[in-house]
Structures are given as C-alpha cells and as structure tokens.
Design a binder for this molecule. Structure first.
Ligand code: COA
Length: 179
C-alpha cells in the first residue's frame, strides 16, 4: 500500500464523495433505519435531495480556508475520504474542528487508515487554531466508536429518540426513484 493524499475535487469526485458519505450516514443511522439493507437505503438516499444538499454544504464549507477535505489514494485509487469543518463559538474564543465525514473503502478497512487520517487531521486542526476536535457517530457504529476511543476522543453529548410509529420508513416507496 502506497498512500498519497490529495484535496477533494468537488466535480471529479462527485460519485466517490456520495458513496463514502452515504455509507457513513448508513453506518451511523438510527437502528430503525438500519433495519433495511444498505443497497436499499442507498437507493432511497440517492433519489432524494440529500445528495445535492450534502454537496452544497461541502462546497460552502470549502469557502473556509481552514476546512480539511482529503481523498487518500492507493496507486490512484480513492480508498478513503475525510471532511473536517471549523466553527468559532462567538464571544468565547473557542474554535472547534468537527469531523463531518470519515470513511475508508471496505477492502482497505482495518489497516490503520482511519487512524492515520484522524491523526493527520488533528495535527492540521491544531495548526489551524482549533481548541477542540469533535466527531460523532451512531449507536450501532462500533467500528467508529472504537476508532474514536483509541484516538483519545471522549463522549460529551448523548442523543435520545423515541419511536412514535412502528416503522418510520414505512411510507418510503421501496425501490422508486421518485420517492
Ligand atoms: C469507521 C471506519 C472509518 C474505520 O476505518 P479503518 O481504517 O478500518 O479503521 P482503523 O483500521 O484505523 O481502525 C482503528 C481501530 O478502530 C476499531 N475498528 C475499526 N474497524 C472496526 C470494526 N469493523 N469492528 C470493530 N472495531 C473496529 C478498532 O479498534 C481498530 O483498531 P485495531 O484494528 O487495532 O483493533 C471504517 O470502518 C468505515 O469507513 N466505515 C464506514 C463509514 C463509517 O462508518 N464512517 C464513520 C462515520 S461516523
């Protein structure tokens, strides 16, 4: 493995970004959303306005020169991606660097790539003035939880939800590109 790092190219990397982002969303989704197979979840997501919203958020984020967006390649093959955005808490003189996305292609997982990406991003975040490095994941994403714990992250916030219907996905039109 000969890893190299390059910045994201929003147009050329469109499909790569959508695939990595959707996978991260699914792995970090609520248990009720994860009852469906990934392919079905992905098909639904791609049929919504979410992909364009995500790409617009990424483009907007890139207007901040501190933003970190990297594609890690092995021999010109995109094998991992990370997006970290910065925000300042007004009046407190605190800058937060937040991991919005981190993902490694299936065939390259468990080889320390995400660990290297987080360490690299942390270094850049320090250099760019961040005081706090934040990230988040889903309750079922044990891989991500362990990755973060190993990198020294600590839980600072807990989210709750309560289902008010048996299956919130029941009105999704399965397999339809118009849903
Ligand atoms: C989470 C993810 C980024 C980890 O990437 P990776 O390159 O495989 O991670 P690393 O090889 O650096 O693993 C670091 C540690 O994380 C933990 N870990 C990683 N994958 C794991 C898995 N499948 N199961 C359990 N623990 C796991 C382990 O503690 C591991 O250390 P070890 O290999 O010494 O035991 C990767 O699984 C992924 O891309 N998943 C899909 C997208 C996603 O969920 N992104 C995170 C959204 S918050």
């Amino acid at each position: 493995m000969n890893l190299t790092i390059r910045p994201v190219d929003l147009e050329a990397d469109r499909d790569i970004l959508l695939n990595f982002h959707c996978r991260g969303n699914y792995e970090s989704a609520s248990p009720w959303a994860r009852r469906m197979e990934y392919e079905e979840y992905r098909k639904k997501w791609l049929s919504t306005s979410q992909p364009e919203s995500f790409l617009q958020s990424l483009a907007k984020s890139l207007e901040d020169e501190r933003t970190i967006t990297e594609i890690w390649e092995d021999e010109d093959k995109a094998v991992a991606y990370v997006w970290i955005a910065f925000w300042d808490i007004p009046d407190y003189n605190i800058t937060v660097a937040e991991v919005n996305d981190i993902a490694v292609a299936n065939a390259y997982q468990r080889r320390g790539i995400a660990t290297q990406m987080l360490a690299h991003a942390e270094q850049l975040a320090r250099e760019r003035g961040a005081h706090v490095f934040r990230s988040g994941t889903g309750i079922e994403n044990l891989a991500s939880q362990r990755l973060h714990a190993k990198q020294g992250f600590e839980t600072y916030h807990v989210l709750y939800e309560k289902l008010l219907v048996d299956d919130p996905t029941r009105n999704w039109t399965r397999g339809s590109s118009n849903s």
